[in-house]
Design a binder for this molecule. Structure first.
Ligand code: AHR
Length: 532
């Protein structure tokens, strides 16, 4: 065996928790799972996605057209559908983002060839304006409501439509609901839907009332963002509509407070009408802003910024609770992710780049936070699904790859629908100043009958942690491990190397109590146990 393959084997063993690589087994840690302290059921919708008419997300990413030589299902990229199903997407948000508040849904219905071309919201951004003309600049509207709902059905997801509150009126909103949900043959809009190939109502439940209404959605103050006209008299058609209000700019708590106060100034009944209030948080980037070229300090800085999500959830929840004392309205984190500099994947692919192992850890840290706050967060949507920002897929013409973010979604799908359990991590804080005291290990745990799923992120890029795992009052019988890691923190998949980074899965033998597992450096791990 040559040295290279010896090193590789050692690395694989370490990845599976069997051996500590690089530095010594630097520190011990302990995880204590508390089955008697359930937090709440993990809504599968926490594992949702977001798609916007932005860069290469819709055109080329999802929609290639029926006459394309790229394998497609009625115009929708087949490789995307096939791989998306693997991560069990519960819900997909569309058509924006900022695009939503400039979109007229009527442009995207009826015969495709007759639909109007419109200037895309993002056309004037520097990157897009310099690109040759294309659908990212002038939207042909070939992908509209019917196509989006069909895409959701193919993937097994529920549609979540974001309505235009900045430049359309409540009546347009009511009519979009009527177009989607009125019974077959009952209305002129139902006939229009049927003419587009969908006789049966779509029964769309999730409706966003504007997007980032504090900014691109109209620059409203919390007081001005008056949504009662939109939601209180909207037609139901027997569908239990779940309205989602725009949230504030990140930590603008005053906006949340003034919106909730204004909403309820006459009576508290609008709280019953509202399903959720949105929160958007992008942890941004660090250093040069490059997705792939970064330092160890950038690594720690970004992971630390990602964990700010927890403070945002706690604080907004507390403020919502000042008015919504029974917490009828849940938090909907309908945009989240790391956001690096655009890389040149293809002309006009604004905010497209290849996510790395670092972004996989951002995903693990964030999804674990949502799991730990299962009592507060009812839905979340990673931004965005394909060719954009914190993306799970990259596609261009006939080239396609899944990203490390995808792998984390696939690993964490095991949490969907489980009961989140309080779980304590006793673990050293990371020393580099850029880590700002971030815990080396963190994670979440869910219970599904007698099956326990534990996910753990080791943010330390150098050290493995040998960890005792206890479950209070019960015993653990280990079943399997899935580990996503690499000796290179910059590892990522590309069109030429689509499998450069993928999880390693392994069955685990029965073991003692406490169970000891070594979490590899720079890793996301999912362990499954039976509780006995
Ligand atoms: O996801 C990209 C943009 O980020 C969205 O359009 C907007 O809502 C947010 O600011």
């Amino acid at each position: 065996m040559n040295l290279m393959s010896l090193h590789r084997r050692q690395w694989m063993a370490a990845s599976l928790g069997l051996l500590a690589p690089r530095a010594s087994r630097a520190a011990a840690a302990r995880i204590e799972i508390l089955p008697e302290e359930p937090i709440g059921r993990i809504s599968p919708d926490i594992y949702g996605h977001f798609t916007e008419h932005l860069g290469g997300c819709i055109y080329d990413g999802i929609w290639v057209g029926e006459n394309s030589s790229i394998p497609n299902i009625g115009g929708i990229r087949k490789a995307l559908v096939d791989n998306l199903k693997r991560i069990k997407p519960p819900v997909i948000r569309w058509p924006g983002g900022c695009f939503a508040d400039s979109y007229n849904w009527r442009d995207g219905v009826g015969p495709r060839a007759a639909r109007p071309r419109r200037t895309n919201f993002w056309a004037n951004t520097e990157y897009v304006s310099k690109a040759p003309d294309g659908p990212y600049k002038y939207d042909p509207n070939h992908f509209g409501t019917n196509e989006f709902v069909r895409f959701c059905k193919l993937a097994g997801a529920e549609p979540y439509l974001a309505a235009n509150l900045r430049s359309l009126k409540p009546l347009d909103f009511y009519e979009w609901i009527e177009y989607c949900n009125s019974p077959a043959g009952a209305t002129t809009l139902a006939d229009l839907r049927a003419a587009g190939g969908e006789r049966n109502p779509f029964l769309v439940r999730f409706w966003g009332v504007g997007n980032e209404s504090w900014g691109c959605g109209g620059n409203f103050t919390g007081d001005e963002y008056a949504i009662r006209r939109f939601v209180e008299w909207a037609p139901r058609f027997g569908v239990p509509l779940s309205f989602i209000a725009s949230g504030p700019n990140v930590a603008d708590y005053a906006w949340t407070r003034s919106f909730f106060s204004k909403l309820t100034e006459k009576s508290k009944s609008p709280l019953r009408t509202l399903y959720g209030a949105a929160l958007h948080y992008y942890c941004g980037t660090t250093g040069k802003g490059d997705a792939v070229d970064f330092t160890a300090d950038d690594w720690y800085a970004l992971l630390s910024k990602a964990t700010r999500m927890e403070e945002l959830i706690r604080n907004h929840w507390q403020i919502m609770g000042e008015i919504d004392t029974e917490h009828h309205v849940k938090l909907i984190v309908d945009e989240w992710g790391a956001w690096h500099k655009t890389a040149d994947i293809a002309p006009g692919y604004l905010f497209g780049y290849f996510p790395t192992l670092r972004d996989a850890l951002v995903s693990g840290l964030t999804l674990d936070i949502f799991n730990r706050h299962a009592d507060k967060v009812a839905m979340a949507n990673a931004a965005q699904l394909v060719n954009n920002i914190h993306t799970s897929f990259i596609a261009h013409e006939d080239k396609f790859t899944v990203t490390p973010v995808f792998h984390v979604f696939e690993m964490y799908a095991a949490h969907q629908g489980g009961m989140s359990l309080r779980t304590e991590f006793l673990t050293p804080r990371l020393k580099p100043p850029s880590a700002r005291g971030l815990a080396s290990l963190s994670g979440s745990c869910s219970l599904h009958g007698a099956r326990l799923v534990l996910s753990v992120v080791n943010a330390d890029e150098k050290n493995a942690f040998e960890t005792e795992i206890h479950v209070r009052g019960r015993r653990l019988s280990p079943i399997s491990a899935a580990v996503l890691t690499s000796k290179d923190i910059h590892a990522h998949n590309s069109f030429d190397h689509p499998n450069a980074l993928q999880p390693v899965e392994k069955k685990l033998a029965p073991a003692g109590d406490p169970y000891i597992y070594s979490f590899a450096p720079a890793s996301v791990t999912r362990l499954e146990f039976d509780l006995t």
